[in-house]
Design a protein around this ligand. Structure first.
Ligand code: GLA
Length: 427
């Protein structure tokens, strides 16, 4: 049986679908351990960075004390390698006792006390990707109950060590089991990433009913090449992926690596800008304890965050790929505003790129453009103005573009007060 048939079959199983938690009306934001801290479990040699309750407490402290929480960064996400190698005698997953001596419920309390939320990781299969206990089909319900009893707010459900049939049963089963706990738990499904990420293997409208978000593609690594390959895959396949996103159900191109070792500042701005365009989750995987002021400024850019979190929840698209290695991305926003990103994939020098809004499908009218990273406003734009932006190599210029309404002209003295009539709905 092929994947597609399995999905069709599952869609017919009564009661197997329907995630009904009302969560993630905008993409989730927070901090996630994996890309930066991986499976470092040697707390004797590396007590500051190993996967332990201390690491998550440290990050919760930073999120709540350094202005992140107020900007929306609220989830603290435990990834792989938190578990003990064995389930408990009651069959339940349990944290490694040396690294999480207080237990997960305690950690959840610590995180909740700081106005934050806790996410955890499990794997649909016989073992997690790093070989810790997996969630086989018979354990789905028990694990959902366990997470709910600990006060978990988000589950990342990975898909290592399972076959297509198990996955196609296990992901909707977990969705249902999370619902049944009665606790609102956001649900991230890694399924698409394990079956090629595209239709017909993946049925995105079905997935949107059972998951709040899903990993579609490869894991991010700490390099510009990795960011570029992810962006390129999502853009090449945007006709399949872009319509799948919306309030409550998002594509996930993986974590933000801003503040680590692999990106220049221009590349870091580029990742922030493009993840905002893609309505991607904003999960930072970095060390918030030692973050540079430059990285912080990019990650805390209010307008970039506002674009990411736009309530319409429409994922943006790549509009143009110019021969000169300039690309233009666009996302429609609330209040007739739009975000534009001009990305340079050149490797020479800042490039002067010329275009007009009309050429980027804008309607006729007058506009202003706020440059998200320089903070400057460009006034007096019309749809036909030829503008020029200077884009650094592997960098971006990001604009928040909004229409300028004509100031109301004083009413002509006709004795009929048309403006008053409009304002007060007089007949
Ligand atoms: C997979 C996931 C990653 C991470 C690791 C942990 O590779 O895609 O995001 O969770 O497993 O082992």
């Amino acid at each position: 049986m092929g994947y597609f048939q399995v999905f069709l079959l599952l869609a017919l199983v009564p009661g197997s679908t329907g995630l009904d938690n009302g969560l993630l009306r905008t993409p989730p934001m927070g901090w996630m351990a994996w890309e930066r801290f991986r499976c470092d479990i040697d707390c004797r040699k590396d007590p500051t960075n190993c996967i332990s309750e201390k690491l998550f407490r440290d990050m919760a402290d930073r999120l709540s004390e350094d202005g992140w929480r107020e900007l929306g960064y609220e989830y603290v996400m435990i990834d792989d390698c938190w578990m003990s190698m064995q389930r408990g005698s009651d069959g339940r997953l349990q944290p490694d006792p040396d690294r999480f001596p207080g237990g997960i419920a305690n950690l959840a309390r610590y995180i909740h006390d700081r106005g934050l939320k806790l996410g955890i990781y499990a794997d649909m299969g016989s073992a997690t990707c790093m070989g810790f206990p997996g969630t086989t089909l018979d354990k789905v319900e028990l694990d959902a109950q366990t997470f709910a009893s600990w006060g978990v707010d988000y589950l990342k459900f990975d898909g290592c060590h399972s076959n297509a049939i198990e996955q196609s049963i296990g992901y909707p089963l977990m969705s249902k089991a999370l619902n049944l706990t009665g606790r609102p738990i956001a649900y991230s499904c890694s399924l698409p990433a394990y079956i090629g990420g595209l239709p017909p293997n993946v049925n995105y409208s079905y997935l949107g009913n059972i998951c709040n978000l899903w990993r579609n593609y490869d894991d991010i690594e700490d390099s510009w090449a990795s960011v570029q390959s992810i962006l390129d895959w999502f853009s090449t396949n945007q006709d399949d992926l872009q319509p799948a996103a919306g309030p409550g159900h998002w594509n996930d191109p993986d974590m933000l690596i801003i503040g680590n070792f692999g990106l220049s500042l221009d590349q870091a701005q580029a990742q922030m800008a493009l993840w905002a365009i893609m309505a991607a989750p904003l999960f930072m995987s970095n060390d918030l304890r030692t973050l540079s002021a430059d990285a912080r400024a990019i990650l805390q850019n209010r307008v970039a965050i506002g674009i990411n979190q736009d309530p319409r929840g429409i994922q943006g698209r790549r509009l143009l790929q110019e021969l000169g290695h300039i690309e233009v991305y666009w996302r429609p926003l609330s209040h007739s505003a739009n975000a534009l990103v001009f990305l340079s994939l050149r490797q020479d020098m800042p490039y002067l790129y010329r275009n007009s809004l009309a050429n980027l499908n804008f309607p006729a009218g007058s506009f202003e453009a706020y440059d998200v990273f320089s903070g400057k406003t460009l006034s007096g734009l019309t749809d036909h103005t030829i503008f020029t932006v200077s884009i650094n190599p592997s960098g971006v210029v990001m604009w928040y573009v909004y229409p300028v309404t004509q100031p109301p002209r004083p009413p002509k003295d006709t004795g009929r007060y048309p403006y008053l009539r409009k304002k007060y709905r007089m007949s």
